[in-house]
Write a protein that binds this ligand. Structure first.
Ligand SMILES: Cc1cc2nc3c(=O)[nH]c(=O)nc-3n(C[C@H](O)[C@H](O)[C@H](O)COP(=O)(O)O)c2cc1C
Length: 195
C-alpha cells in the first residue's frame, strides 16, 4: 500500500549516484523525491558523470550536485562530513558493484565512498544495478551481506532486460519502488520515535 505523500516533506535526503547505465533512472528518482518536498542533495561519482550530467540533478532538485572531495561547500566546512551530518536518510541509486564493495570494506577513495564511511549508522537504502553475472559474483554477494548486517536496506535488483542485452537479475528497481521504500523507512522511523 502506498505510504502518505507528505511523509518526506522537509526530510534531508542524500542521493548517491554511482556509475551504471541506470544512472538516468536516478534523475527520475531525484525529481520524484523533490516533488514530495524532500530536500535532496546529490553526490555523483566521476563514473556516474560519464552517464548523466550533474546539471540534470541540479535542475530537478534545485540544489547543487557534489562530484569531488575537493570542491566543498563555499563556507569551507569539510564537504563529506557536512553532507553525512545533514542527511536524514541516504539512498544510493544506482549502486554499482564497486560502491557496494567499497562501503562494505570501508574504502574511502572518492566523495561518495568517503561520505558513506561517515554515515554508516544512518538510515541507508541501496538500489543495486549491474550485469547478472556481476550480481551473482560471490564477492559482490559477500559485500552485500556485510552491508545488510550493517543495517542497510536493499531494494532490488529486479529481473528483466539488462543494458548488455541479456535477460537476468540486475535491473535497478523503478524510481517509484525506491521512493516507496524511502517513504516506508521514514514512516517507520517517525513511528518508532513517537512510541
Ligand atoms: C557502459 C558501461 C555500463 C556499466 N554499467 C554498470 C552497471 O550497471 N553496474 C555496475 O556495477 N557497473 C557498471 N559499469 C562499470 C562501472 O562503471 C565501473 O565498475 C566503475 O568503476 C564504477 O565506479 P563508481 O562505483 O565509482 O561509480 C559499467 C561500465 C560501462 C562502461
Amino acid at each position: 500500500m502506498a505510504t502518505g505523500s507528505k511523509i518526506l516533506n522537509g526530510v534531508h535526503v542524500l542521493l548517491g549516484v554511482s556509475g551504471g547505465v541506470a544512472a538516468y533512472k536516478a534523475v527520475d528518482l531525484a525529481s520524484k523525491l523533490a516533488a514530495t518536498g524532500a530536500l535532496v542533495k546529490t553526490i555523483m561519482t566521476q563514473n556516474a558523470c560519464e552517464f548523466v550530467l550533474p546539471k540534470s540533478f541540479e535542475a530537478v532538485t534545485a540544489s547543487p550536485v557534489f562530484t569531488s572531495m575537493w570542491n566543498g561547500p563555499e563556507d569551507f566546512r569539510i564537504g563529506h562530513i557536512d553532507l553525512a551530518t545533514q542527511a536524514d536518510i541516504i539512498v544510493i541509486a544506482p549502486a554499482t558493484a564497486n560502491i557496494i564493495s567499497k562501503i562494505a570494506n570501508g574504502i574511502c577513495d572518492d566523495l561518495l565512498s568517503t561520505t558513506m564511511c561517515a554515515c554508516w549508522d544512518k538510515p541507508v537504502v541501496i538500489a543495486p544495478a549491474m550485469n547478472d553475472k556481476m550480481w551473482a559474483n560471490p564477492a559482490v554477494q559477500k559485500n552485500l551481506s556485510t552491508i545488510k548486517d550493517m543495517g542497510f536496506k536493499i531494494v532490488g535488483p529486479e529481473k528483466g532486460r539488462l543494458a548488455c542485452g541479456t535477460e537476468g537479475l540486475g535491473r535497478m528497481s523503478e524510481a517509484e519502488t525506491i521512493l516507496e521504500a524511502l517513504k516506508n523507512y521514514i514512516s517507520q522511523i517517525k513511528k518508532d520515535c513517537s512510541e
